[in-house]
Design a protein around this ligand. Sequence first.
Ligand code: LHQ
Length: 265
Amino acid sequence: MQTIHTFTQLNFDVGQGVATITLNRPEQLNALTSAMTGELLAAFKTCASEETIRCVVLTGAGRGFSAGQDLTEFGQLSQPRHITRHLRQGYNRLILAMRELEKPILAKVNGVAAGAGLGLVLAADMVILSDKASLVTAFIGIGLAPDSGVSWHLQRVLGPARAFELLATGRKIKAEEALQLGLVNHVVPAEMLDATVENIAVRLAQAPTRGIGLTKRVLNRTATMSLAQALDYEAQIQAIAASTDDHQEGVQAFLQKRPPKFTGK
Ligand code: LHQ
């Protein structure tokens, strides 16, 4: 493992083509401060620019993933005249940076994810949950409406009725229910979480990174298109994918009956 960036509230490690970003304020269940949000933005920027990084894992230190906005930092921020700017400058940029990063992001959810912490989970491309973890919308507990993309993501996965219930009650969604609802990809015993995610991450880091990035771009963009528009957009993006080295390698390897060796280019 190589540490290529020093942060105060995150750990950032790179090994085998995988960058692991660990939210690191375990005593506060990795509640998000402005400093931490800024560091996360910088970390995702590094993931975008560093060619050797081909997959990202986002996780939390200790028993929580993230309890959302740090409520001890809240006094100033939650004043109506500050809150919109705070969201636009912090969480909104972060969620968009995750969606626009053309590399796979795995959320390794070791414990509770609440509020904006749930926003980070839902903005990932795949979510692997420990059986001890849970998801909580949390906003209503402090009288707030959803932010950090939680309304958008929940509604798309669950439809309006179930999204409303989870947002309006703020009840805890246990791991098994999260799986049944289709909010997460896998639930594994806590002691198997590291190995399971490492396995998936290393495999994704050896996959055709440009093809995966373009897949993400297509999913992002076609979500709000008509079928006719989506078909046309897919046809345009396929021309980019077809020009990659990994496309050539994939076809050659198939024809030569050998395993492909993708470089991410
Ligand atoms: C915390 C927090 C926390 C500080 C636990 N802050 N310390 C963004 C920006 C602007 C506007 C509005 O919206 C947003 C987005 C948001 O994220 S709003 C939602 C903010 N989050 C919450 O309201 C969740 C608050 N936390 C909880 O409900 C519980 O802590 C959960 C359900 C997450 C976990 O419960 P437990 O497992 O029972 O843990 P705990 O409550 O005992 O917490 C452990 C420690 O962590 C404790 O500190 P202590 O010193 O007593 O051990 C908590 O005070 C601290 N902590 N969340 N958000």
